[in-house]
Design a protein around this ligand. Sequence first.
Ligand code: HEM
Length: 407
Amino acid sequence: MPNTHVISDSGQIAAGLRHPDLKQALYDEGAVIMDQTLLTLHGEQHRKRRLLEFRVFRKDFFHWYERTVFPQTLLQSMAPDIAAGRSELIDLGYRVTMNLTADFAGIDRPDKSTEETTRLLRLVSTFSEGATLVHSTRPKDEVRTEVRQAITDFGPQFLDHSISRRRALLDRLDAGEIKEEELPRDVLTVILQMGDPQEFTPEVLSREIAFYLQAGAHSTANSTIHAFHDIYSWAEEKQSRWDRLRGDPIFFQRAVHESLRLHPASPVAWRRTTCPMHLDGAGDLDEGEMVEFRLAESNRNKSIYGDDADLFNPHRSIPVPHLPFGHTFGTGVHTCLGRDLDGGVVPREGTDPQTHQYGTITLFLRDLFSRGARQNHDDPPRMATYTARPNWGHYPIIFDEGRQWRA
Ligand code: HEM
């Protein structure tokens, strides 16, 4: 990127990502899948779309989601692995998070089979390659052709019948045969019910839902695996750490946030100036200049997180106003819409552990550890070699009966 201004100071990132004259720029190359999706819209169009899709989170959403949808989807996705007594965490993590994200986006999986999830995952991996085309080392037009084919296949395989089922339910709602509460609570339903049909042409609708699937699944899966590794490695040093993690779910969530801080799924955010402007940390800028906000770097700033900022330490104290997961979910107008879904609510003094909203990563990991999940000492985890990103590529686990958390 020529003439890119780099900002890694946490306060300047927070101010910059709120600036109305800076526009999303990371996905320009990935327009084949990202054009006119929420993350790439700007100004009033973005505000309107975000308000619409935010309606998914209406009354009691998180309570319902964590207590009803999550346990069912988790158990369905994990059943074969639990029966086998072992699993491969990358594969399992992707299957679980794919299904959770599909619930949220509004994509039905009528078979509820591993084969069906794998088919969806394959499409979503191609969408993702399209979204991050800017970083791809492959011929870009080849990737674009694959993405177009995946969008074409997505219709008959998943999207079309998810739309038809929801349209039929909306008709029944109009006819007074069902109540509003009986509608699915997902992005697709909200768009079909209240979205402007002029805005959501079939192509835009398809890209919007495809975008949600890839935005949610990959980031959640990778973050979950990092958090498993960080928590497991830290707790293995002392039994008292396992005891604390098991008995104190709020502390467990704190440990997940610490891992999220260390391994943000999007290490940078890019923006382009829409007019001449002044930006703290970059100076006076002309229209069309690029700014890179270094989220990962700011998350390890020693003046905020202490001298051991590079280490996993769930006991660290974090000064106000910084969040325990730093800028991992972004900030400002494009703040991650899945933040509270995945990370839960940041607890306050006196938060009730019975009613607290923990987020899916904490709930998934607690479920795994309570089933005795541990590394397979005969087949240790390995980092991925197919990407420059420091992600895990092979992570076998065993469900060890002797380590189960019994009531
Ligand atoms: C650990 C998991 C996740 C991480 C680290 C993450 C990170 C991010 C970041 C950094 C952004 C802002 C990008 C920017 O400013 O350029 C973002 C936006 C977004 N994320 Fe996430 N995300 C995660 C999970 C999810 C999930 C589960 C969903 C939905 C099911 C989701 C939906 C979105 C959406 C819709 C946006 C765009 C918001 C907007 O433009 O207004 N994310 N995410």
